[in-house]
Design a protein around this ligand. Structure first.
Ligand SMILES: NC(=O)c1ccc[n+]([C@@H]2O[C@H](COP(=O)([O-])OP(=O)(O)OC[C@H]3O[C@@H](n4cnc5c(N)ncnc54)[C@H](O)[C@@H]3O)[C@@H](O)[C@H]2O)c1
Length: 259
């Protein structure tokens, strides 16, 4: 058994937000596949999710499934998870809730619509995915959930995103801690990963090269994380070796926030 696999035989990892090629979701799906997991990738963008999972399946020879999902929409989440149940992939073992959006808008300009959208995608989406995934994990005797927070939740924003994002990502920490306590009797772990600045396309169009260099210079380790840095932590937290780690906020920020 590889250190990064389960101790109950083959399992499928569900990863949301895999459509962005330079993103954390794609890197996480790829890392799960490298470790021998079957992977179901979900994203809002149908073409992108299909291409991403084709690539990962071809490169790593593991069973894959691609499905569109809007994580904010209960019926879409149900349909996507239903397609996994009807597939011949192994039972569900891990869920990585990676899909998310930033919100660099100053507070006095935040519309109620923007507020709801940012909370819906980052927080309600995580809730809906967890609720839909957990019955299969309980039945299957193995479960790991990893939710994506952000250093923004802990530091009061400031790096790039502002209030709705910080509130949503802080909500993810509360959801994670409470769900970890509730699921412990089933041996299911629930953890949050809290990255600092990661070199992906999430800030595309909002920052230029100079801004990005300035952001990197604020990090004690003097670089942004790669998506692969974050993926390695998510996949470790999904492994059998991480069985006693639950309810945690796992900082991965190059020293930007040391608590
Ligand atoms: N990049 C960073 O600096 C950074 C730092 C801390 C936390 N994060 C968090 O990590 C996660 C991934 O960030 P990233 O940088 O890879 O972002 P990204 O923009 O590269 O990818 C996000 C993906 O989520 C998908 N998505 C958006 N809305 C969706 C919806 N409603 N349903 C399903 N999929 C949806 C997008 O299509 C996209 O593929 C996010 O939750 C983000 O908040 C990122």
């Amino acid at each position: 058994m590889s250190a990064y696999q389960t101790d109950v035989g083959p399992r499928t990892a569900v990863v949301t937000g895999v459509g962005s090629r330079r993103g954390i979701g794609y890197a996480t799906a790829k890392r799960f596949a490298e470790e021998g997991w079957a992977v179901a990738g979900l994203d809002l963008d149908t073409d992108a999710v299909t291409a991403a999972m084709d690539q990962i399946g071809t490169d790593h020879g593991v069973p894959t499934l691609a499905h569109r999902v809007d994580v904010t929409d209960e019926s879409s989440v149900r349909e996507a998870m239903g397609s996994l149940r009807q597939s011949d992939l192994p039972p569900l073992g891990a869920l990585a809730n990676i899909a998310g959006v930033p919100s660099p808008v100053p507070f006095l300009e935040v519309s109620a619509e923007l507020w709801h959208r940012v909370l819906d995608i980052n927080l309600t989406g995580t809730f809906l995915m967890c609720r839909e995934a957990l019955p299969a994990m309980i039945d299957g005797g193995y479960g790991r959930i990893v939710n994506m927070s952000s250093v923004s939740a802990q530091m009061g924003g400031g790096v790039f995103s502002k209030t709705p994002y910080s509130a949503a990502k802080a909500g993810v920490l509360g959801l994670t801690r409470s769900l970890a306590r509730e699921m412990a009797e089933h041996g299911i772990t629930v953890n949050a990963v809290s990255p600092g600045i990661v070199d992906t396309d999430i800030r595309a169009g909002a920052t230029n090269e100079e801004d990005e260099a300035r952001l990197s210079a604020t990090v004690p380790l003097r670089r942004q994380a790669t998506a692969g840095d974050i993926a390695a932590l998510v996949v470790f937290l999904s492994s059998a070796d991480a069985a006693y780690i639950t309810g945690g906020t796992h900082n991965i920020n190059g020293g930007s926030y040391i608590a």
